[in-house]
Design a protein around this ligand. Sequence first.
Ligand code: T4K
Length: 379
Amino acid sequence: MIKPFEKPIYVTRPFLPPFDGFCEELKEIWESQWLTNNGPILRRFSDLLSRFFDTDNICLFNNGTLALQIALQGMEISGEVITTPFSFVATTHALLWNKIRPVFVDIEPDYYTLDPEKVESAITPLTSAILAVHVYGHPCQINSLSDIAKKHNLKLIYDSAHAFGVKIGNRSIADFGDLNLFSLHATKLYHSLEGGMLIFKQTRLKNTFNYLKNFGFKNELEVVMVGTNAKMNEIQALMGIQVLRYLEEIIQRRSKLSEVYRRRLVEIPGIRLVPAMSADIMYNYAYMPIEVDEREFRLSRDALYEKLKHWNIFGRRYFYPLICDYACYRSISVENPLTVARRAADRILTLPIYDSLQISDVERICEVIRLIHLGENAR
Ligand code: T4K
């Protein structure tokens, strides 16, 4: 008889490089006594990422949220920005911190990214940019969004927080749009403890972002902007360097787990999986979202989420509620009915996926979901 997991199985666990190797490289920090403020390890990390993404237009931050706030400020985005309500709340927070009005439009039903048709009809004379999210690492409809942005002279900004390592036709996802934000938070498949990274097209923005993340200092005596403190420290950078060595392995491992999930879950009535991606996309398996059809599964998404906890399985309802439904956003009027986004927010559960999860764990999670569906042995 199948038993609950002995230890909690969370939606994610961070990849950690070998402990001894990390300590060995920490010695450099102890010896130099250089802990932050553009130190040598941070510079090395930045060079490494420049090579990885094949661009010098890169800037590192202490987290993704501040990176996005600074991006919007540095690019002088103002007025209205068209964005998705189906994301982590930080996407919209970054707009409000810059006094920009978010205009929420609907998503498409397959991969849950911004629906380009809805974007075009929401453009007004006040629109300055589109802020789209490669949610779960699923690439947005980049060609359509790029055409709309060009046609209406709008900046195209991607929140690629979930999309590290994703490629389209052998090009990094960071190649598309005017700017990409990546989160390097511990919960991401690639991380630097906490961290954020901007990759952008316009070279002149590099100085601006560097000033803004360091109080606006240009040099010891000149403060040229009202900046903040958003610098990445040396230990974050060291973690980033070390985890990068394992990126391919991490993605491959997740790909295998995802395959097992898909094979097992497809047999359970009422569980819908994201359609297979087109062959030119190299996905990173950042999340494992499933949609629960209450009628066919015989239980709601929320009931499944609660029942799984009794088996020590902690999925997450990313992203419920929709951002526009949080108390702090309810006063912002939403024209678009957001039908698809509401349905996704009500039905999606993201299941555990991380490199140290075992294939046998995934099989057990799927078996538990099947039992819950059958109402057998349901705890
Ligand atoms: N844009 C998007 C689209 C984003 O998703 C995010 C962040 C951002 C922007 C902003 O980037 P950052 O400023 O964060 O760099 C988590 C993360 O904190 C957040 O980074 C992430 N998105 C969001 C989707 O998820 P929570 O509140 O769900 O995290 P928490 O603490 O509940 O962690 C989830 C699970 O992960 C835990 O149940 C256990 C595991 N965990 C977590 C941490 C922190 C560990 O095993 N070890 C850990 O150290 O927000």
